[in-house]
Design a protein around this ligand. Structure first.
Ligand code: GDP
Length: 284
């Protein structure tokens, strides 16, 4: 999916999310466990106003488990419930209903006291493109439902998907736009594949990714590409990976685009193991 957000698009996306929020009891905010801050939209708080929110750190299978724990603590310290999930395998998903019930206990108790007939909890999933909204909806629905979000120009009545007896989910998620005016955020979104490589320069993304790996996961980088040591000069790392993997052009020149494609593909397909690209400490 190409993301090109213009002010008009943003205003429309925001309006659509706000419309959905009105219908529900609880928001499931989906973030990418590899970049739990950069994959959020800073305006989400404003959009969901005072509705309870459960933050779901999706793709937890691809993230560094110790960092995921740090992020869960970080969100909880700030007053948000948060859990790791893997929408592809379904891991962690059972907790969604249980925690939602807990979070809405007071509201539903009050409704009961007023004599309102008990009804399922109503929820909507919100998140940036590629974070796994459709995958989660399909998992919860136990069948294929969600298309890739709302299509422009097509208005469609909201449908509720039953998830067991206790939860109803809007069949179309709320799409938030990623905020990548900050270069580091853009590079993280690109490294994880949340935004297309063509938005940023391929080699810039890879320089960022290799620097990050050199600092945070040097052994994995060494093991994967058979490097003797990690150099401060990232060009040397590029060259060595290029030589080891045969990314060489005529005349023996290293093909940096090829190295970049290879490294990013391998990061995204977990050849370097589960990775998390940011820590709560950077945001405190
Ligand atoms: P959407 O744009 O938010 O609806 O995202 P999709 O549901 O289309 O998911 C984007 C990509 O991420 C797809 O290739 C999914 O298979 C993949 N994906 C979604 N959830 C998970 C997850 O929990 N773990 C892993 N490994 N991949 C996931």
């Amino acid at each position: 999916m190409t993301i090109q957000w213009f002010p008009g698009h943003m205003a429309k996306a925001k309006r659509q999310v706000i419309e959905k929020i009105k219908l529900i009891d609880i928001v499931f905010e989906l973030v990418d466990a590899r970049i739990p801050a950069s994959s959020r939209n800073p305006m989400v708080d404003e959009m969901i106003s005072n509705k309870p929110r459960l933050i779901l750190l999706n793709k937890a299978d691809m993230a560094d488990p110790s960092k995921t724990k740090e992020w869960i603590d970080y969100f909880q310290q700030r007053g948000d419930r948060a859990i790791p999930i893997d929408s592809q395998s379904g891991k962690g998903m059972k907790q969604i209903v249980a925690i939602s019930k807990e979070m809405l206990q007071d509201k539903f108790d009050k409704m009961r006291q007023k004599g309102v007939k008990p009804r399922p909890i109503r929820a909507v999933i919100v998140g940036i493109p590629n974070v796994g909204k459709s995958t989660l909806i399909n998992r919860l629905a136990k069948k294929k439902i969600a298309q890739t979000g709302d299509r422009p120009g097509i208005t469609k009545a909201q449908q509720w998907i039953k998830v067991g007896k206790e939860l109803e989910l809007l069949d179309t998620p709320g799409i938030l736009w990623p905020k990548f005016e900050d270069e580091a955020v853009g590079l993280k979104l690109a490294t994880t594949g949340a935004i297309k490589d063509t938005i940023l320069n391929l080699q810039d993304i890879t320089v960022y990714a290799l620097r990050f790996l050199s600092n945070q996961y040097p052994d994995r980088l060494k093991d994967r590409y058979n490097l003797q040591e990690i150099h401060d000069d990232i060009v040397i790392t590029f060259d060595e990976i290029g030589k080891r993997r045969g990314c060489i052009m005529a005349g023996g020149i290293i093909d940096y685009d090829k190295v970049s494609e290879l490294v990013l593909r391998e990061i995204r397909s977990e050849k370097l193991g589960p990775l998390t690209f940011e820590s709560p400490a950077e945001y405190e």
